[in-house]
Structures are given as C-alpha cells and as structure tokens.
Write a protein that binds this ligand. Structure first.
Ligand code: ADP
Ligand code: MG
Length: 486
C-alpha cells in the first residue's frame, strides 16, 4: 500500500470544498442567512419553493465569489448564467438546486501550500456559486426524519481542484489553506463544526508511474480536517487492497463514519446527465464590467503569501514564524501594529506565538479582545534581549500583569518584583557550586556521559537564585566546574 506515492500505487485526489458565504440574506431571497436559529425560522415561500415565487440575485454573494476567485488567481467569467440541477430529495423543497454548470463564475487558478517537503501548487478547475439544501435530521425522533429548511438557499461557493493531490496530508493542508483564505478575505467564517465549510474527497489509485486516472470513489460531507485526512487514508488503503486482490473498483459515493473509523457505500455514482441540467429560466443572465471586477480586486487585503514574504524581508523572520503569524488575519494585523514600535521582531514573534497565544487560547479569546498593541512591548523586549530578564520570567511573571493593565511598565514591575538578572559572577558561582554539591549522583552521571543533565543543573540554579542568575553565565560556570573537576 502506498499513502505517499512512493510504493506500488500512487493516490490521486481531487477535492470539492463547499464554503457558505456569510452574507446577511440567502442567495435568492431576503430570508436571513444565520446559523443556530430554531428550525424553520428563515423560510419564506421563496425558500420553500412555492409555485409562482421567483428567485432574486444577492449581489453580495456574487462579490464574495469573485473575491475568492481573485484570491486564487482564477479567471472571472464576465458573462454568467445559472443552471437548474434537477433531483428529488426531501431537503430540497423546489425539487431542483440552482447552481452553475457550464459557466462557473471563476475558472482555473491555483492555491499554494507550504508542505514540509517544499512548496506545492494545487490547480483549481473552477469555483461556482450555488444554493445550499436544507437539513434532514435523523436523530431526534424514533420514527420520523425531521426537516429544517433554514439552510435551504444559503449561498455556497464550491471550489473544485484538479485531480492532483497525492496524499491525505496534502488534502489536509489544502483544506486548511482554503479555510485560512476564506477567513482572511472575510467571505466565510470557515467554521467546519457548524458546516460552513465542508469537503467531498474524490480518491483513486493507480500503479506508480502511470499517468492514467483510476476509477474514483467520492467520500461526501467531511466536516473536519481530521476527518478529511482519516477518510482519505482509509480509502487509499481500501482501494489498494482491492487492487492487490485484483478486484474491480466501482465508481461510487461513500460516507465516512468517524465513530467506527470506516467509509461505506451510499450509492453508485450518478453522472451529470442524471441531473438534466438546463439554464435556469427564472434568472436572467448577467454581465460584469471590468470596472466592477477591478473594484473588487482593489478591495482585497494583502494575502498571507504576500505577508509571509514581507515578514521574511522586513522583519528577518523565518518562513516558519512568518507562516504562523499569518495563521489568522487578526494576529497578523496586531503583529504589524506592534512591530512598528520595536526592532526586536524575532523576540516579539516568540512572545506572540508562545505565551500570548496560549493566554488567548486558555481564556477563549480572539486576538482583538486584548489591547495587545497598546502594551509596552519595546521595554519588555529590550530587557529580554539584553539578558536582564529571562524570556520565561517575562512570560510568566510580567506579561500577565501587562494583559491585566496595558499601561503596566514592565521595567518598573521587574524592579519591584526583584526579577532583574543583575547577579554578579561571584553570586552565580556560589549558586552553581551549591547546586553541584547538592547533586553528587547527577554530577557523576553527567561525567559518565549523560550530558543532557546540563538542563537540570541550569534549572536548579535558576530555582535557587530566584531567577536572578543569567542563564548564559550559569551555563558557562557549570561547564567550567563540570569539565575541570575530573
Ligand atoms: P462531480 O461534480 O460529478 O463530482 P467532477 O468531474 O466535477 O465530478 O469532479 C469532481 C472532483 O473529482 C474534482 O475535484 C476532480 O479533480 C476529481 N476527480 C475526477 N476524476 C478523478 C479521479 N479519477 N481520481 C481522483 N479524483 C478525481
Ligand atoms: Mg462531486
């Protein structure tokens, strides 16, 4: 079996990601587009598909779809019309879905991934606009399936890749990147638990070296990154086993059961002909002008890839730090603001990505819920840079006070709490000697070659000095004593 393409088989994966656009109202009616209301609150006759009702286009949804297309370097179609996709399902009150078929609003384009093995470019086939279906609820009643039509008619974009991903890890990274992008340009909240972002994974395998596509299976409605990775891993393993046994792989639609860790067949795959697509007669075709598309282009923020480059060039940060700082737009925005007030950018990144982030996580706060940009960062960073206080002391003792009160002067606090590492060499030597005398067994082990114990000694000196021993001096003297007294 081959998960990474290095073995007998190569996996080929194409992904369809559905993102709900967070417009105020639905795609074709004034019903509210909101998650979490009681069932069937946002269901006008248009949403319910009553005879005689007509759809009306939501302009914001068009704008958001174009935004995503531009962010993905796609071509934007100037001439557009919708298509009617006919099928019967209880959650589809009209008996058809208004979608796009031959004329997606965006075509082509690509998304770039930073994988551990290097950069990967994933080409897109298209991004099209369509309406979401309602929701069938099977687990609230013993005998009946319940229907909630609040979601029916919510605008979706479907982002479709070429069949050119090759592992579950790539699929994970791709969807994580799409989630980051839709949040960055603020067209979708990217909330996978609430179903705002969902993914269908098409998976096939073929003998390594072959360029012909194998028969694919489609795993529907994966609603977390973990599920996406796991479902694809399972499918690659299952298909490889079938190939090994010489069994025929049938094109089918499958579902993933997270609890049981399996996928199971729900139907053999329908083809496009089964849907009897035809141009939607209730919505007139429409045309975008160049000016309109340009105005959307100029409203786009600098994208993460651009910010990453900026952070590398301007603040001399590693790609790793830069990538993390662009994880979320708010984080990046705050970093930009604070970075203007200091030149200790690497240390600032360490604080943001370490203690600040854990503080926010611990208290379930967003990056904009603390006045981080008003805190006296430069004073704090300078003290750490000059070795006057240890990073850990700053993080544990001073930072929390700055969070509580942004006017806190970190230097004053450090002096008041006696945290400044101003101990002279003599004092450090005393602490080092005391430490080593108290641990003869460990010293012996160290001398026998267990060099990792140096960390323990440094920690102990830090402890008995109350954080006042400069770690650089401490290490220097520890090395001197440990290596001389043979
Ligand atoms: P549909 O809309 O019927 O699901 P599409 O032709 O639009 O079918 O393809 C959907 C997705 O399936 C695309 O992401 C495409 O890249 C992927 N795909 C198509 N053929 C294969 C294959 N043989 N193996 C893996 N993925 C595939
Ligand atoms: Mg599909």
């Amino acid at each position: 079996m081959s998960v990474d393409g290095l073995g007998k088989y190569e996996a080929v994966i194409g992904l369809e990601v559905h993102a709900q656009l967070h417009t105020k109202s639905k795609l074709f009616s004034g019903d509210a587009n909101s998650f979490g209301s009681s069932p069937n609150q946002h269901v006008s006759p248009i949403t319910l598909g009553h005879p005689g009702t007509l759809p009306k286009m939501n302009r914001k949804a068009l704008e958001y779809a174009i935004k995503m297309g531009l962010a993905c370097h796609s071509n934007i179609a100037k001439y557009n019309f919708f298509a009617r996709k006919n099928y019967f399902y209880p959650d589809l009150p009209k008996g058809y879905q208004i979608s796009q078929h031959t004329t997606p609003i965006c075509s082509g384009g690509y998304v770039e991934l930073n994988m551990p093995s290097g950069k990967r470019t994933i080409n897109l086939t298209r991004i099209h606009l369509e309406e979401d279906a309602g929701k069938s609820i099977h687990d609230q009643h013993d005998a009946f399936t319940l229907l909630d039509y609040n979601r029916a008619g919510v605008p979706l974009i479907e982002i479709v890749t070429e069949p050119e991903l090759h592992s579950a890890d790539e699929a994970y990274a791709y969807v994580a990147e799409i989630r980051k992008m839709v949040r960055w340009i603020e067209v979708c909240d990217g909330n996978m638990e609430e179903g705002s972002l969902r993914c269908d994974a098409n998976v096939s395998i073929r003998p390594t070296g072959s360029s012909k596509l194998g028969t694919r299976v489609e795993v529907k409605n994966l609603n977390s990154l973990k599920h996406i990775r796991h479902a694809i891993e399972i499918e690659i393993a299952r298909l490889s086993e079938l190939m090994d046994k010489g069994e025929k792989i049938v094109q089918e639609t499958r579902s993933y059961d997270a609890d049981r860790g399996i996928t199971f067949s729900i139907r053999t795959k329908e083809d496009a002909e089964d849907y009897r697509y035809f141009p939607e007669p209730d919505l007139a075709p429409f045309q975008f002008t160049d000016e309109y598309i340009d105005s959307i282009k100029s409203s786009l923020p600098a994208m993460p890839e651009e910010k990453i480059k900026q952070y590398e060039d301007r603040f001399l940060l590693s790609v790793y730090d830069a990538t993390q700082l662009t994880d979320e737009k708010l984080l990046s925005k705050l970093f930009d603001e604070v970075a203007l007030t200091t030149t200790h950018w690497k240390l600032l990144a360490n604080f943001f990505l370490g203690p600040v982030r854990s503080h926010l996580n611990q208290h379930s706060l967003d990056w904009n819920q603390l006045d981080i940009n008003k805190m006296h960062w430069d004073t704090l960073l300078k003290m750490v840079d000059e070795g006057k206080i240890a990073f850990s002391v700053a993080a544990q003792s001073i930072l929390p006070m700055m969070f509580d009160d942004v006017t806190t002067d970190p230097h004053e606090v450090a002096v008041k709490l006696n945290l400044i590492q101003d101990a002279g060499e003599d004092e450090v030597v005393d602490w080092v000697k005391k430490t080593l005398d108290a641990m003869p067994d460990k010293v012996a082990e160290y001398k026998k070659g267990k060099k990792g114990l140096i960390g323990l000694f440094v920690g102990e000196v830090k402890k008995i000095s109350g954080g006042k021993a400069d770690p650089r001096l401490t290490t220097e003297f520890l090395n001197k004593f440990l290596n001389n007294n043979n």
